[in-house]
Design a protein around this ligand. Structure first.
Ligand code: 5AD
Ligand code: FES
Length: 344
């Protein structure tokens, strides 16, 4: 196993059996995390990049079984932010040192391409030294091109699972893995820095599924890879299941760092929710990005993908300070930088 981990670091690859073996046991975690941290320090030093997350709409036309803001959840109070409200979040974020703004939302057809483009170009105009990331789900190639032309440069779209049959277990009929993949490859071709990813431990997920995800990521070669534990949300069809595992999530972060040494890997909010020190542990296992919330406090608790989400009562500045302390305590430091992916 020891050689296997070293090989993984040298070749950024391993055969299916070895990868599965690494996934199913925590016996090698210490070594795995240490190697992952060495790789991350060699490329990124102790820098941690921050992204200011603006959750601008919780309306969603999709009905994913795991997600708290799914269309069928009638307990959710829905909200939309205006362009001005979004700009106000950016202004506050800019003063706090953020140089990347992530506009994330449900798949909300209220925001037609034109409106998204206006939002993007207004942010670009006021903050020319900042990068705009979009995370608004599946759209046509033409829409993606328009967003790029308006100035967006990064796009986050988790593939959720790269296994067709399993994709169907997580999503209602009508949502297709094929289209998700099409979106990701279109985005890449257009020139976006692309982020993919998946949840760890949603109902019925197997080690085989995770292996399929790793193989898919090898094909896609994304710049960013976001993973976090599945967490139940009480008003979804998956409410009765158990949360994903912290230790498996950390192991996967370390594996990802070894297989994709240059990737931007966030220590996600879900990781911070499943354990009070989850994000710190994620950083020590190879993650190098954190994405604090910049949304107005009044709507924060409404973007509840899962129960008990952290930071929903905090002001942006409080979150920023809290994160600064947490990141330093873990042995890293936050940089004020657009935080681009480094390449070979
Ligand atoms: N638990 C953890 N992560 C979730 N997501 C959605 N619902 C949940 C949940 N219940 C993740 C999905 C989505 C991202 C925005 O949040 O992977 O792509
Ligand atoms: Fe938000 Fe700690 S990061 S309060």
């Amino acid at each position: 196993m020891k050689e296997m981990i070293q090989q993984l670091r040298e070749r950024q690859d391993a055969d299916d059996e070895s990868l599965k073996q690494l996934l199913v046991t925590s016996d090698w975690d210490r070594m795995l995390f240490r190697e992952a941290d060495l790789v991350r320090r060699k490329i990124y030093g102790d820098d941690v990049y921050v992204r200011g997350l603006i959750e601008f709409t919780n309306y969603c036309r999709n009905d994913c079984y795991y997600c708290g803001i799914r269309r069928s959840n009638h307990h959710v109070k829905r909200y939309r932010l205006t362009k001005e409200e979004i700009l106000a979040c950016c202004r506050e974020g800019y003063l706090l040192g953020f140089r990347t703004f992530v506009l994330q939302g449900g798949e909300d057809s209220y925001y037609k391409d034109d409106l998204i483009c206006q939002m993007v170009s207004s942010i670009r105009k006021e903050f020319p030294d900042c990068i705009v990331t979009l995370s608004i789900g599946e759209r046509s190639r033409e829409s993606y091109q328009a967003f790029y032309d308006a100035g967006a440069r990064r796009y986050l779209l988790r593939h959720e699972t790269a296994d067709d049959a399993y994709y169907q277990k997580l999503h209602p009929a009508g949502m297709l893995l094929e289209n998700r993949k099409r979106c990701l490859f279109d985005l890449k071709e257009i020139g976006f820095q692309v982020g993919a990813g998946f949840m760890v431990g949603p109902p019925f997920q197997t080690v085989e599924h995770l292996l399929t995800d790793l193989r898919f990521l090898q094909k896609l070669q994304p710049d960013m890879i976001g993973i976090g534990p599945f967490l139940t949300q009480k008003d979804t069809p998956f409410s009765g299941f158990t949360n994903g595992s912290l230790s498996l999530t950390l192991r996967l972060i370390a594996l990802l760092r070894l297989m994709f040494p240059y990737a931007l890997i966030p220590a996600t909010t879900a990781l911070g929710t499943i354990h009070p020190q989850g994000r710190e542990m994620g950083l020590k296992a190879g993650a190098n990005v954190v994405m604090p919330n910049l949304s107005p406090v009044g709507v924060r608790n409404l973007y509840a993908l899962y129960d008990n989400k952290i930071c929903t009562g905090e002001e942006a500045a409080q979150c920023r300070d809290c994160l600064e302390r947490r990141v330093s305590a873990a042995g890293y430091h936050i940089v004020t930088d657009v935080g681009n992916v480094k390449r070979k």
